[in-house]
Structures are given as structure tokens and as C-alpha cells.
Write a protein that binds this ligand. Structure first.
Ligand SMILES: [Zn+2]
Length: 466
């Protein structure tokens, strides 16, 4: 049984080789110039075989608002986003399917869903997206977005203290909820992981972070959070702690080798050193950072310091897509403008490694996936190099990363199971999904967000905009 991929092009140290690759069960069991064909034989001729990428930060439910929110900074954008959520579990299910499909068809085999949970329907929310990820067959890390402070508290006060309505759930109740979700849904053997994922320091108490650390230590869970995405959050950290948010997370014990941190745009050199020291991973979301004007994360500095980096699409309302190859391209060339020393720039091969092994490392899976290695799990993607967007023939990885590849994922496997065949997701009906997404939405270009209007007044004052 299993698969034999014949004569695929695979990267070697500096060049490429052609090789046969065998998949048995959930593993890569052999890589050699020639292997006896066993199981299903796959023609890898003129195809590039790479380890699957990790979409290391997204929010699947945002798909319902993509293309919709006007150009606004994070805080105003969020206020508008919140005004039009929550959705119902059925919609969460559909947008998780959509997120998984777009991730798979752009080279991803693992998705990290920092999930919006519907108040009162928390378990149903997690249930819905996990059902979707299991159906599609993608490896999934689901981190329910947790907060225990009012959404308005995310903005610095600017020395003008405001009062906030207490959050709908207490810290203790929130941690209890998370513990229940872990018991019910955390199934690493089945490729479904629950993460402890407080939204970010802007909305979470120390007690919530500490409770998450305790729970993640007890169950060996990954930790995930947003960190210093916007300038306003730097000011907030100063008000809240009197020093950097990175230092504070370190004090709370939240950082570590199984911790991934979305954005990290506004970090000082001392913060970068803390990330290196603790072995934490930065998830770079370049399109979201550009879309929301958050800034450009100092990714070249992270690399020079030896901090592990992964790529994320971020939610589809701040991107507004889930095309991982696009995020990898922008996320690697964006930094060339920040450093005249071109030897520090990110090469296409390095970008591929960040997207695969970098992603796996941040999830504590570096020994299991992320490279083409015998004994590792077969999370693999085979790209068709005869597609127009990858022609004429030059350097396969250069074409894939620097070009604009269209419909190039020919086959993909997760845990040894084929989830994309001949460019089509095999385990769900994508046509039916499209029809559902169409039927459950409508064309709309104008809507009024009372939350954003209210937030704008405070935002302009704090950020000293006239
Ligand atoms: Zn995010």
C-alpha cells in the first residue's frame, strides 16, 4: 500500500536531484534514486516535491468579511470586525473548510486557527471547525481566542483613564472552558491540537496568561498569542506594565520553544534577545501588517539573532486571502528595503525553509514534519512545474517563491493520506462549498459600524491625530 512518487525534483544542498520517494502509512519510508514501485505510483517527473508549509497564524471565520473592511489601522479595523461577529457554528464550519482548502492549494499542510468562538456556543464553535479540518484532512492547531478584559481596554488611555465594561466571562470561567475544550478535542495523534491562545496582552490579564501556561505545561500544549502588532500596543504595554510586553510575557512564563507569537512588529533589540533566549517563534504575517498599516516586522534582525520564524496569512479580513505562497513571497522580499546589505536578504530556499521547518519548529513538530526526511511524517506537496506560471524552466524554488504561481499544487499528502489529487481537494466537494458560501452571503459595499465610529474618537486622541 502507500505511494511511490517517481522521479520527483527535490532540493539538495545547493541544487536539485531527481529521486523516488516512498510513503507507507503516515511516514516517508524511503528516498532513493530508484525504488521498486509499491502502492499507488505517482509520476513526479517535472514536479517539485517539498515538505508542506505551515499557515502559522490565521482566523478562519474572518473569511466572511474579506474584501469588506475599509483601509483602517488594527484597532479601528478590529472594532468593525467585532461589530459583525459572531456568526453561527455552521458558518464557522464553512469558513474553516474554505481556509483549509485555500491553505492546501497554496502549499500548506498545517493550519493554525486562532479561532473566534461564539459566546454561549464555545464548544459548538470549536466542534464546527475541527469537523471541517478533519473532513478536509489538514493538520490543524486550534487556539480558541481568549480574553478576560473589555475590548475597549485594548487602546491605551493616553493618561485619560476610561472605564470599561467587565468582560462577559471571568478569568476562572475562561480557563475552565479551555480545560474542557482540551479534554474534549486535543487529539495530536489524529492531527488535531488545541493550543492555549490568549488573544494578546492588550485584552488579557496576567492571571489568564498564567492559567494558560499552567494548562499548556500540564498537557504539553503549544502556546500562541498576538504580540506587539501595532504602535498603540507599545504605548499600552508601557501604561500597563511600565516596560516591554515581551519582557512581561517572559516573566509570566509564556515564552518558550512551543510558543509562537503572531506579528512582533514593534520589538526592540532587547525583546529580540528574549525571543532568542527562550526559543520562541515569530509568525510573520506580512500582508496583514501592510493591509492594516501596522508596520514591517524586523524579520532580518530576527534571523540574524537566530530567532525562529514562520509565515502566516492572518485572517482573511486583513489579507484578504489565504494564499500562503503570496504571504511567503511578500514576507521574504519586503525586507530588502530595510537593509542595504543584500547578503542578509532572504533567498527563496530560505523562505521555503522558514515556511516548512520554521512553522513546524514553532509548533514543537520539528522532529516530525517540515523536511523531506526518511522517518518523518508524510506531509508533502508536489508542484507541477509544467504550468504556465512556472515556465519557462529556470530554478524551481525561485519560480515558486518569487513568481505568481497559479494552480500549481498537483498532489498533496497529510499524515500519508492524499488530500489533493490532480489539483483538486479530494475529501470534500469544493463546488458544493462554493455554492454554500455564495448562498449564505450577499454583495455589500456599505455598512455602518457603531463600534468603529466610537473607537475612532479615542484612537485619534491617543495616537495624536488631529
Ligand atoms: Zn491575528
Amino acid at each position: 500500500m502507500g505511494y511511490t512518487i517517481q522521479q520527483a525534483i527535490i532540493p539538495s544542498e545547493l541544487d536539485y536531484v531527481q529521486a523516488d520517494v516512498r510513503i507507507e502509512g503516515d511516514r516517508i519510508t524511503a528516498i532513493a534514486p530508484r525504488l521498486d514501485p509499491q502502492g499507488t505510483v505517482i509520476n513526479g517527473n517535472n514536479h517539485l516535491l517539498l515538505p508542506g508549509f505551515v499557515n502559522a497564524h490565521t482566523h478562519s471565520s474572518e473569511m466572511w468579511q474579506r474584501g469588506m473592511i475599509p483601509p483602517r489601522p488594527l484597532e479601528l479595523w478590529l472594532a468593525e470586525l467585532y461589530d459583525f461577529t459572531p456568526l453561527n457554528p455552521e458558518q464557522l464550519y464553512l469558513s474553516a473548510l474554505g481556509t483549509a482548502v485555500e491553505t492546501l492549494l497554496s502549499g500548506g499542510t498545517t493550519v493554525v486557527d486562532h479561532l473566534v468562538i461564539i459566546p454561549g456556543l464555545e464548544e459548538e464553535s470549536v466542534d464546527a471547525v475541527i469537523r471541517a479540518y478533519r473532513e478536509v484532512g489538514i493538520r490543524a492547531f486550534v487556539g480558541p481566542l481568549l480574553q478576560d478584559e473589555a475590548t475597549t481596554a485594548a487602546l491605551p488611555s493616553g493618561g485619560d483613564p476610561r472605564t470599561h465594561i467587565p468582560y462577559l466571562r471571568s478569568t476562572a470561567e475562561t480557563l475552565e472552558l479551555l480545560a474542557t475544550l482540551v479534554d474534549r478535542y486535543h487529539r495530536p495523534d489524529a492531527g488535531i491540537h488545541i493550543m492555549t491562545a490568549p488573544t494578546g496582552m492588550q485584552l488579557c490579564s496576567d492571571a489568564l496568561f498564567e492559567g494558560c501556561v499552567e494548562l499548556s505545561d500540564r498537557h504539553s500544549l503549544c502556546r500562541h498569542t498576538h504580540l506587539l502588532e501595532s504602535k498603540a500596543q507599545v504605548l499600552l504595554a508601557q501604561e500597563k506594565y511600565g516596560y516591554s510586553a515581551v519582557k512581561h510575557l517572559q516573566k509570566l512564563g509564556f515564552l518558550g520553544t512551543r510558543t509562537s507569537l503572531a506579528h512582533c512588529v514593534w520589538l526592540e533589540d532587547a525583546d529580540i534577545e528574549i525571543l532568542r533566549e527562550t526559543g520562541s517563534t515569530v509568525v510573520h504575517n506580512p500582508l496583514s501588517n501592510l493591509r492594516l498599516g501596522s508596520g514591517i516586522a524586523p524579520v532580518l534582525k530576527f534571523r540574524q539573532a537566530g530567532v525562529n520564524i514562520a509565515f502566516g496569512c492572518d485572517g482573511a479580513a486583513s489579507n484578504d486571502s489565504q494564499d500562503l505562497l503570496e504571504a511567503i513571497k511578500i514576507g521574504s522580499i519586503l525586507h530588502n528595503t530595510n537593509d542595504f546589505e543584500y547578503r542578509n536578504w532572504i533567498s527563496p530556499r530560505e523562505a521555503v525553509q522558514m515556511a516548512s521547518l520554521g512553522g513546524a519548529t514553532g509548533l514543537g513538530l520539528a522532529d516530525q514534519v517540515g523536511t523531506l526526511t526518511v522517518g518523518k511524517k508524510a506531509d508533502l506537496v508536489l508542484y507541477d512545474l509544467t504550468r504556465l506560471s512556472l515556465l519557462p524552466r529556470t530554478d524551481p524554488i525561485g519560480l515558486l517563491v518569487l513568481g505568481r504561481p497559479v494552480n500549481v499544487v498537483q498532489h498533496a499528502w497529510v499524515d500519508g493520506r492524499q488530500v489533493v489529487q490532480d489539483g483538486r481537494v479530494t475529501r470534500i466537494d469544493v463546488e458544493a462549498l462554493s455554492q454554500e458560501l455564495f448562498a449564505q452571503s450577499q454583495w455589500q459595499s456599505q455598512r455602518r459600524s457603531p463600534g468603529a465610529i466610537e473607537m475612532e474618537i479615542a484612537y485619534r486622541r491617543v495616537m495624536k491625530l488631529a
